[in-house]
Write a protein that binds this ligand. Sequence first.
Ligand SMILES: Cc1cc2nc3c(=O)[nH]c(=O)nc-3n(C[C@H](O)[C@H](O)[C@H](O)COP(=O)(O)O)c2cc1C
Length: 344
Amino acid sequence: MLKVPSNAEAEWAALQARGRAFLGTEMAIMGGAMSWVSERHLVAAISNAGGFGVIACGSMTPALLEAEIAATQAMTAKPFGVNLITMHPQLDDLVQVCLRAKVGHVVLAGGIPPGPALRAVKDGGAKLIAFAPALVLAKRFAKTGVDALVIEGSEAGGHIGPVSLTVLAQEILPHIRDIPVFVAGGLGRGEAILGYLEMGAAGAQLGTRFAASTESIAHPNFKNAFIKANARDAIPSIQLDERFPVIPVRGLVNEGTKKFLAHQAETVQKFQAGELDKTAAQLSIEHFWAGALRRAVIDGDVQGGSVMAGQSVGMVTAVNSVADILAELQAQAVAALVARAERR
Ligand SMILES: Cc1cc2nc3c(=O)[nH]c(=O)nc-3n(C[C@H](O)[C@H](O)[C@H](O)COP(=O)(O)O)c2cc1C
């Protein structure tokens, strides 16, 4: 029997129901926090368009975060979240800033959520979202009171784990039913999001596509680099020597990524020649990218800076408004459901 599109729309809405209820939004789509990019304009635009914007706190001080939250609240009355990095030395103060400002959802990224921060978020009445890189941790987080999970595959932009979303989703989604799970990494089309919702995901988180949106404050050079790039151009940072670990970060290949290899080679040579001890050599490698994301996003230095991007970058073909991106994702998912009904 041929189903009319409105049924497909209802089915799409129903598949998102859990995620929408958790986020308090029209669509179960989160804008992944992106340092320097996910500030008041992009976050408010995503929330105003029916998605869920998330402020990237990054290395902001509590005072800066407080101002950013207030500015975002002035631009949207819709729910949005704040992403805090667990390594931040003032994590507990940042949590208090979120709670005082009545932020409804706090995302703790960059590691296992520390107990005191987790309890503070929960006692303060906000919902806690954490990243689960494996099923054992997903199960543990669900037991310790985390309210929702993001599973982010290695296709994602920025800091990444080793496992793709295709595999993480199969390992985790069938086993975590008590709390909502949002999928992230490499998502650029509605059909793919639909597939994960049907596997049991509550919603999806996208970064790269929103970074190149009209409302993103990223420099035009940054957005143009996204438009030109193919999936294969977004590669993880390369580690030259196993004695000097490099944190895997996915971004576009450029002069900076080439210089990083040369810098590692030089540093290893200095270490071997006894000119640098191991700690100094490791620090020299770690400091190479200091300030590099800001240089790319804000100053537009897409050759020397760090142009973090997911493999989804190949699906960025133009600078579109956040509302158009969300409408396109929805249209693709609904069209897939209509096509399926027609096959029956
Ligand atoms: C430029 C950029 C910066 C990012 N910065 C952060 C960050 O500060 N904190 C974080 O938890 N994730 C960060 N991410 C990851 C995103 O929140 C999101 O999970 C990821 O982009 C999803 O994959 P996609 O880009 O393929 O959509 C960043 C991603 C990009 C592209």
